[in-house]
Design a binder for this molecule. Structure first.
Ligand code: ADP
Ligand code: ZN
Ligand code: ZN
Length: 680
């Protein structure tokens, strides 16, 4: 699936050149076309064309130029229009996309489609000048901070190897000044007239984040790329990056595909964050692709996190990446102190222990803010009839509906369907219906009643559907008056709340007992990230964790020894258990209205793979997915695992066409997930 360079000039033998073109289809191949009859200019790879495709017309990309075709000359159709005079994407980018398609075993046409902004996909000309240059607010740039010795060492280590590919893992505790290191590193690259691409998790790309960059680099053009942009804005940012007008590109996952004219550096902030993995369609990891892209562009790449993924940490331990650590918080701030509140046998007032309520009062009285973390949105996870025990549950998923109150309804968190709140039990007509358990809405409610003098801000997927809503809330919080913040993991991601001194984790137990082998890792990252919102300025921070398992060894290790020791222990366990990052995995998922069909497809895929399944490649399944039923469809999984990545990929290369030709494969929706993170 590599892409070759070439032109459409006639072959020495006088043969007509044939354009190999990919379009956005699930077919794993390119299609042959002739150049337009009257077209004189050379056609290069990387150029967009409009082609007839069945009954439709599609925009495609020329990926190679050849002199032979499996089709007879009379069967070849001609390109209708050559859109670009010069390649839309350069040779390096063509190679990168070809590599991504091969690595993820995804059709190249869909990979290219995914990489381009809508307008470019639709064939809009890129020769029109991009947007008027956005000039940053005039004025003096904010000055660099004086780096502390740890920051200096980290920056210098990167600068020493900043001219070619090298991967750094910058592991710095929350608030240790990683961003300050990025800023000073970026400054060096900008002086050298290079562009910098910085990837961030979706939720942390707020105006505050951008502002911090704009304040520092007033003389440079910064563009952002995220899901909140209009097609026009996205197109303009993409063009500005491609033309070299933009100096800094800050974007979420898909920005890893943005073309750069004068690349100098890639940064992946919060590299452990799950939002870097696309979970449907083309299931790529933007973090992993960023490392590959840096290699291909021959620039350094910095992965930063307070809680690195075990994959990255292990790459640092093995010497493939250079590990740089910041152990102290920058400036005056110190690390927050941790305290577990053991709930066993304690009286709880609507989910809160007395001790926690007192601590909240204490911090608010001192004029500070308090963050209450609960990873469950909605009012309550269950609505139950007290008289007959009936539970409201989603018929399409066989799980309990979540009760929502700000928009009163029952909502299924698996398939997002909703239904009206029942006034009485449909089973026994009793009106004794009770909401059981706690969600963020209910917690907000309770806190408003208990602390009427301060505002309570709730941040979860329901309150942040609109970008402006989140931005408004964040700016209210950052006015700094005493307040309580309630929210889900959205609160954990990179925010800097200067006035938060107490972080309360209402329920640590749900994360402790996960069936997923990554459960402990994710729990540790989430806890440390949430805790890291406490005490980021002068006033020391405190973290209180409510749990029924205060002697749980992982929890204890995390709190007592810190993330890195905790993570190194998990790495040892993974090694013993022959799990990633010591083995490589591919997950095949199938879903169908009839469970037997989904299972049968995976069973047949397993059968078709039999010749490869020896002691080097292990297959587990087909098994029902943990989330067995969703939206009326039954879901099954087949896991393939190997000590050698190459063995697994080699097998897939040979067998995917076989899988695709199985009779069930057209009726059953199925997908391939390379390096899966989510096993639900
Ligand atoms: P991180 O990205 O690691 O969470 P930040 O770069 O956001 O950390 O830094 C946390 C706080 O410390 C910010 O308010 C920042 O301005 C401040 N800070 C960072 N480095 C320094 C430094 N060398 N001297 C003083 N303050 C610093
Ligand atoms: Zn009932
Ligand atoms: Zn449902």
């Amino acid at each position: 699936m590599s892409i070759n360079q070439g032109t459409n000039t006639l072959h020495a033998s006088g043969q007509q050149s044939i354009l190999k073109i990919v379009v956005n289809t699930p077919l794993r191949k390119s299609f042959d076309y002739l150049p337009p009859a009257d077209y004189q200019n050379p056609i290069q790879t990387g150029i967009r064309v409009r082609v007839p495709f069945g009954k439709r017309e599609l925009i495609g990309l020329v990926t190679a130029i050849a002199y032979d075709s499996e089709l007879q000359p009379g069967e070849l159709k001609s390109v209708l229009e050559v859109i670009d005079e010069t390649p839309l994407i350069d040779e390096g980018m063509q190679k990168f996309l070809g590599w991504a398609a091969a690595y993820y075993h995804h059709p190249l046409g869909q990979v290219i489609h995914n990489a381009l902004p809508t307008r470019v996909r639709q064939g809009k000309s890129i020769d029109t000048p991009a947007s008027p240059k956005v000039v940053n607010a005039a004025g003096e740039a904010k000055l660099d901070l004086q780096l502390n010795p740890e920051q200096k060492t980290a920056l210098q280590s990167i600068l020493d190897k900043a001219e070619a590919y090298h991967c750094f893992l910058l592991e710095g505790v929350t608030g240790s000044g990683k961003t300050e290191v990025y800023l000073q590193l970026i400054a060096e690259k900008l002086h050298a007239k290079k562009q910098v691409l910085m990837l961030v998790p979706e939720i942390s790309l707020t105006p505050q984040t951008l502002q911090r960059f704009q304040d520092r680099f007033t003389q440079y053009q910064i563009v952002s790329l995220h899901s909140g942009l209009t097609d026009k804005q996205r197109y303009e940012a993409w063009i500005a990056a491609r033309n070299g007008d933009a100096d800094i590109i800050i974007g979420t996952r898909s920005a890893v595909f943005v073309p750069l004219k004068r690349p100098g550096l890639i940064i992946v902030d919060e590299e452990h964050d799950g939002s870097y993995k696309q979970q449907d369609g083309f299931r790529y990891s933007a973090r992993d692709l960023a490392v590959f892209r840096a290699q291909q562009m021959d620039t350094p790449v910095v992965l930063g996190s307070a809680t690195p993924s075990l994959e990255s940490l292990n790459n640092a331990i093995s010497g493939r990446y250079t590990l740089l650590t910041l152990k102290q918080r920058a400036a005056a701030a110190s690390q927050p102190s941790f305290k577990c509140i053991d709930l066993k046998g304690k009286k709880l007032v609507e989910g809160f222990s007395e001790e926690l309520l007192e601590a909240i009062t204490y911090h608010l009285d001192k004029g500070q803010q308090v963050l209450v973390f609960l990873n469950r949105r909605g009012f309550a996870p269950l609505l139950q009839c007290h008289d007959c025990g009936w539970n409201a549950s989603c018929p399409r998923c066989d799980i309990s509906y979540t009760l929502h109150r700000s928009k009163p309804e029952l909502r299924c968190h698996r398939c997002e369907s909703q239904t009206r709140l029942p006034l009485q039990c449909p089973h026994c007509q009793s009106k004794n219906l009770f909401a059981i358990g706690m969600g963020t809405e209910r917690t907000e409610d309770i806190l408003e009643k208990k602390f009427p003098a301060v505002p309570v801000y709730r941040i979860d997927r329901d309150t942040t559907r609109k970008r402006q809503q989140l931005e408004q809330t964040l700016s209210n919080i950052n006015r700094g008056e005493p307040a309580i913040l309630v929210g889900t993991q959205m609160l954990a991601k990179g925010h800097h709340f200067p006035k938060v001194t107490l972080v309360a984790i209402l329920d640590a137990d749900s994360g402790l007992f996960s069936s997923d082998f990554r459960g402990q890792e994710f729990m540790g990252q989430l806890l440390i990230q949430v805790a890291g919102r406490a005490g980021r300025e002068q006033d020391p921070g405190e973290v209180m964790i409510q749990t029924h398992n205060s002697t749980h060894p992982s929890l204890l290790s995390l709190i007592r020894d810190g993330y890195e020791i905790f993570a190194r222990q998990l790495i040892e366990q993974r090694k013993l258990g022959r799990l990633p990052p010591f083995t490589y995995q591919v997950l095949l998922r199938a879903e169908a209205n009839k469970a037997a069909e989904a299972e049968k497809l995976l069973h047949n895929i397993r059968q078709a793979s039999q010749a490869f399944l020896d002691d080097r490649i292990l297959a587990i399944g087909p098994l029902p997915a943990p989330m067995e039923k969703r939206a009326g469809r039954f879901r099954f999984q087949l896991l393939l695992q190997s000590d050698k990545r190459a063995d697994l990929h080699n097998m897939l290369r040979q067998l995917l066409p076989v899988y695709e030709s199985l009779p069930q494969s057209r009726r059953v929706r199925w997908a391939l997930d390379i390096d899966p993170l989510d096993f639900s």
